[in-house]
Design a protein around this ligand. Sequence first.
Ligand SMILES: [Zn+2]
Ligand SMILES: [Zn+2]
Length: 314
Amino acid sequence: MRAALLYGPGDLRVEEVDEPSGEVLVTVEAATACATDVKCLRYGHLILGPYPCRFGHETVGVRADTGARVLVGDSVPCGACRQCAAGRTQLCRRMTWVLGGFAERIAAPAAALHPVPDGLEAAGAAMAEPLAAAVHAVERAGAVAHTAARAAVLGGGTMGLMLARLLHLRGCAVTLADRHPERRAQATMLGAHAVETLDEAEYELVMEAVGRPEAWNAAIAAAAPGATVVLVGGCPSGSDVTLPAGPLHYAELDIRGAFHHTPAEVDHALSLLATGDVDWRGLAGPTIGLDALHDALVRPTTGEARKLVVDPRR
Ligand SMILES: [Zn+2]
Ligand SMILES: [Zn+2]
């Protein structure tokens, strides 16, 4: 079968490889790509195995044994460590990562598989992986995400757009900030008010979805006294962020990280996509085959925020 393999930073090759071995074999129908895949290609990533390795972690396909359509979850928590015992499985320190969606077939532990609701297309179902991370981030915001009269999202990439939609569904008045007019137009379609930059000290909830130190600071600057700030975007590894002491103390800002998701949040995301509460077509980009993957991942992103869809059967 054909698979995309990483041989080192920047070195992606599509090759004929042996069938993968594992508990359940899944024939891939669609694998969507995100900024993590760009990082994997350009720099490598701590979740990758030793080179050469497969990647792609937003994967939907058909089980070879039962014929059922499944989302191949990208991680299986151990269930036994302190974090798992406390119900925070996204923080499992012995996580089994399941990568390799950019291939004709992927092998996965049965525990990684989630049934795809009837009628939901493969490309839409694959977006349940990033949407689950958005669901988790909104959970991390706590009660303010239900009551906030004014919530803000910083960054209009696909993650920021998903966050804005989820907050809108919860009844928040959402303002999304992005410098690209095309992304502001997308945010407006999802029910958000869109601006170029956020007002300072204004919002009861600020969700950061950029992943750069200056954006973390801009999110804190936009927070009203007593606000909650959720940092969703991961800064480049090794980043140090300097935070202003004043508002953290005198304005009692509540600053929280949000990472990954739980298996239950993946199922919730699948149902949001199946009902149309989150319109995946508005976030879907072009569908490409494996041979076009390298160039598509390194191409600079401009204009609308849309996720690349890889169909390895092409
Ligand atoms: Zn992703
Ligand atoms: Zn664990």
